[in-house]
Ligand binder design. Structure first.
Ligand SMILES: NC(=O)C1=CN([C@@H]2O[C@H](COP(=O)(O)OP(=O)(O)OC[C@H]3O[C@@H](n4cnc5c(N)ncnc54)[C@H](O)[C@@H]3O)[C@@H](O)[C@H]2O)[C@@H](O)CC1
Length: 449
């Protein structure tokens, strides 16, 4: 059993169907799985309980509840007072939520909601078994109006996508994992991203070795967005970064506080990685067709995505680009516009929405938000477990787009999917601070070795 985040390597995620298949096969040679699960829960409960009161184990009707009963027996054997039931004991030292796990298949009944409310109100820390009860394992959405908000979740046998995307991080608390001694014999449904190294900088390399980025955006009043993207591309290590501001005479400096940045246009650097759309407003629409046609590698963000959502011809142009050469970085509302659905639909199943968009536009999609999803046509999707609410701030998306452009410039042979996975994870890790992170400071944190 170990504390899972931050991840140290890329790990497999398995959805409910895959987890069930793994479990069924494992049971043929390890029939004591539930004993192993219950023991793991008891061990963690011992470490987490606060005070001498009883450990309250709220056990549901299925095997999740079964894990809870085994844990209760193990705790009692260790001399720990336990209370098994659906109503709260006096001053519990810990609550073990073993109401529902993988088997959740409908909105919780009123009776179940009452228990969830009681365990939430009793004041003790909550340890959820496998999943917080009421949270859907595949999507990270509550099945009804309430799910348990756990302080800790010990997930068993497999890692479920819903712990890491959608609302998963808000409900799961600190995530622990015990594989119960079983190696999954089933392909991952998705990857949980681990840290990726930075592009190598050879001892004899020069700026020409590290590629070019062209940032196009910054309409009236929104130049900061394009400048943040450009600074991020520069901080990432791109050899040359050019900015085409849509609100400036070509003779003005790109960014007076960053003299390393240059002015440039598509015709000046036709082979650059394009980072298009940051603070671009509606003006970007008139440039997009040429950019989509000409730039060999393209990161499209913000207003570029909105313009594409509104133009079927542009969508066709995007589809006809070489697979692996386009990277879209929508937030959920932008993804919803591109898919012609509402945001709730996107958030209800972020993995599915990102995959649908990737297929529809023949592009890699980095769907932002808690548990960013990277999806590409024909590739296994990835979920990013890093990041925090500190990133919920103006400009952090511009920084991501620029960072992705900078990474790609240095790895001309990389497909968009690999670039997106590396960049999204690095951005998330740099954003793991308490409080709020200003986007300019995020660039510096990303750049730090
Ligand atoms: N079988 C085994 O040996 C193992 C089981 N494990 C545990 O087993 C769990 C899965 O067990 P189950 O498949 O029995 O599923 P659950 O225990 O999650 O729940 C299944 C039961 O809950 C009911 N239910 C579903 N949604 C409900 C709702 N909204 N309101 C009220 N009742 C609802 C179902 O009708 C069914 O009776 C895993 O999450 C994990 O905790 C793991 O520990 C691995 C080992």
């Amino acid at each position: 059993m170990h504390d899972l985040l931050p991840t140290r390597s890329t790990l497999p995620l398995h959805d409910v169907a895959a987890s069930r298949r793994i479990e069924t096969r494992a049971l043929t040679h390890a029939p004591d799985l539930m004993e192993r699960a219950g023991l793991a829960v008891a061990k963690l409960a011992l470490a987490l309980r606060r005070g001498d009161g009883p450990v309250w184990l709220a056990c549901g009707p299925g095997n999740n509840g079964g894990d809870g009963h085994v844990a209760a027996r193990r705790l009692a054997e260790a001399g720990v007072p336990v209370h098994v039931g659906l109503t709260a004991p006096h001053r519990p030292a810990l609550v073990v939520d073993a109401l529902l796990g993988l088997g959740l298949n409908r909105a919780p009944s009123d009776a179940l909601l009452a228990t969830i409310t009681a365990l939430q109100a009793c004041g003790a820390p909550i340890l959820a078994v496998d999943l917080p009860s009421g949270l859907l394992a595949d999507t990270g959405q509550p099945a009804g109006r309430l799910a348990v908000r756990a302080d800790h979740t010990l997930t068993l046998l497999t890692l479920k996508p819903g712990l890491f995307t959608g609302e998963g991080r808000a409900y799961s608390g600190r995530i622990w994992f015990d594989d119960l001694g079983i190696t999954p014999d089933e392909p991952a449904t998705a990857d949980l991203l681990g840290p990726a190294g930075r592009p190598e900088r050879g001892a004899t390399s020069h700026k020409g070795s590290h590629g070019k980025v062209l940032v196009i955006g910054g309409a009236p009043g929104m130049q900061g967005a394009a400048r943040l993207a450009a600074r991020a591309a520069l901080a990432c290590g791109a050899g040359r970064v050019y900015v085409d501001l849509l609100d400036q005479s070509p003779n003005e400096a790109a960014d007076t506080t960053r003299p390393e940045l240059m002015r440039g246009r598509l015709d000046d650097v036709p082979q650059a990685v394009g980072v298009v759309g940051c603070g671009a407003g509606t003006r970007i629409a008139q440039h997009l067709s040429a950019l989509i046609r000409q730039l060999p590698r393209l990161v499209l963000d913000a207003d570029a995505l909105n313009a594409i959502a509104a133009d079927a011809v542009m969508q066709d142009a995007l589809r006809s680009r070489r697979t692996g050469s386009t990277l879209l970085t929508p937030h959920p509302l932008e993804a919803a516009r591109l898919l012609a659905v509402d945001v709730a639909h996107v958030q209800a199943d972020r993995l599915a929405a990102a995959q649908a968009l990737a297929t529809r536009l023949n592009a890699t999609v980095a769907l932002k938000g808690s548990g960013s999803v990277v999806a590409s046509p024909g590739a296994r999707p990835a979920v990013c477990a890093s990041g925090s609410a500190a990133l919920a701030t103006a400009g952090s998306g511009d920084v991501l787009a620029g960072w992705l452009g900078g990474l790609w410039a240095q790895q001309p042979d990389a497909a968009a999917h690999a670039v997106a996975c590396a960049g999204v994870d690095a951005h998330g890790r740099a954003g793991e601070v308490p409080g709020v992170l200003r986007a300019g400071d995020l660039v510096e944190r990303l750049a730090a070795p």
